[in-house]
Design a protein around this ligand. Structure first.
Ligand SMILES: Cc1ncc(COP(=O)(O)O)c(C=O)c1O
Length: 397
């Protein structure tokens, strides 16, 4: 059943059917020295390159070279065991994937039929919407704010009769809005999922990248039979690995394995073996990598936010997030046109993602925001990028 506020995806997509700068325009910059504050890209200096190189050599010289053979659909045992121990779940609930987006695609294919209603973040990470559209275009947007998904808005939709098959949200350091769900709201969300019978797709690529103390735990997700918890090594060990995992509820384990076995069979045995070898031969490696990442990204978030405030003299309202790889400043004055600001910024040699790039329905002001990525950008370039945004800002004010 749908309600008056369910939207066909086309209505959301319509707003970004000609996305400003996704994949094409953003990659073509007008200036050779352009600073690109684009994409959730980890800094290569933070990634454990030497350890991965050494692990590669070890797995390739292992007797019989199992890393070059076929392996199990669900993933190799060593990696699943390492992940299961960190997630605090039984090993048979872990399914290795080719990264987060692949995990989302598997979840969509396993659960969603044409015409099914799916509740989603508003604004939303565009790739999920694009993947979802292959299965259904019946969308129920639920606003996301500084405290994550608006559960009051969700509950009122459910009480009014909306019956989504699934709900998609990024619970930690949301892309793009940066909000995170509190511990209490995680429990409330899984309780709503159980009560109204939908599956929560908790997409969590940024969960480890908190800047201060650890964020809320993931127990509520992993303990629930109504949740698929989607994870990836993309932001921690590198997107080029194309390696991630799902924590699946018991009732879905065999369906997802069967689905996967009819696709690519399994993720690269070699990549899994390298990562498993690196992580298990030095049990401190992952946490040491995360410590470095948290310190680097926390520092960069602070530097960029301060520089943006100074250079735009408060014209961009910035909040430093508690983690993740993005700032989500809001253009304070309605007199400034976000598209013109972006054009002007490009001509001054700085490129970022406009808020309008992220599909949104009623109830958000995403189009008044900028998404600024800082993970892979040097401190010097962050300051220079902010200076250039400041120039564009003055030009448009
Ligand atoms: C919210 C969200 N989900 C999923 C992904 C995809 O991750 P992966 O590169 O592992 O496919 C990203 C990557 O930027 C993301 O921001």
């Amino acid at each position: 059943m749908t309600t008056a506020t369910a939207l066909p995806a086309s209505e959301l997509v319509g707003r970004f059917s000609k996305p400003q700068g996704f994949g094409d325009a953003t990659l073509r910059s007008p200036r050779a020295d352009s600073i690109e504050l684009l994409g959730g890209i980890p800094d290569p200096h933070v990634l454990p390159v030497a350890q991965l190189a050494a692990a590669t050599e070890r797995v390739l010289f292992r007797s019989g070279v199992p890393a070059l053979q076929y392996s199990r659909t669900e993933g190799i045992a060593e990696l699943r065991q390492w992940i299961a121990a960190r997630e605090g779940v039984a090993v048979d609930r872990i399914i290795i994937t080719n990264g987060g987006f692949h995990g989302l695609s598997l979840a969509i294919q396993a659960l969603i039929n044409p015409g099914d209603l799916v509740a989603v973040d508003n604004p939303i990470f565009p790739l999920f919407l694009r993947g979802l559209e292959l299965a259904t275009t019946n969308i129920l947007p639920i606003p996301v704010g500084a405290a994550g998904l608006d559960l009051d808005a969700l509950e009122s939709q459910l009480r009014a009769g909306a019956r989504p098959k699934a709900l998609y949200t990024v619970p930690d350091f949301h892309n793009p809005t940066q909000g995170s769900l509190s511990q209490a709201d995680r429990q409330r969300l899984v309780d709503l999922a159980a009560h109204y019978g939908f599956v929560l797709l908790a997409d969590n690529p940024y969960r480890e990248l908190y800047f201060g103390s650890a964020g809320a735990s993931h127990r509520e997700f992993n303990d629930s039979e109504n949740v698929i918890h989607i994870n990836t090594f993309t932001k921690t060990l590198g997107p080029g690995l194309r390696l991630g995992w799902l924590v699946v509820p018991n009732w879905l384990k065999s369906d997802i394995s069967a689905l996967r076995s009819r696709q690519d069979s399994h993720s690269s045995t070699l990549v899994q073996s390298i990562v498993a070898e690196a992580l298990t031969s030095d049990e401190t490696l992952f946490d040491a990598t995360l410590d470095k990442a948290r310190a680097t990204y926390g520092n960069r978030a602070q530097i960029l936010a301060t520089a943006i405030e100074v250079e735009t003299q408060g014209g961009l309202e910035v909040q430093i997030p508690d983690g993740g790889l993005f700032l989500w400043p809001r253009i304070a004055s309605d007199r400034i046109d976000p598209a013109k600001l972006s054009e002007s910024a490009k001509s001054h040699g700085v490129d970022y993602q406009q808020g309008a790039f992220f599909p949104s329905g009623p109830g958000t002001d995403a189009a008044r925001h900028l998404r600024l990525s800082f993970g892979h950008v040097s401190e010097e370039n962050l300051k220079e990028g902010a200076r250039r945004i400041g120039l564009a800002f003055k030009e448009q004010s």
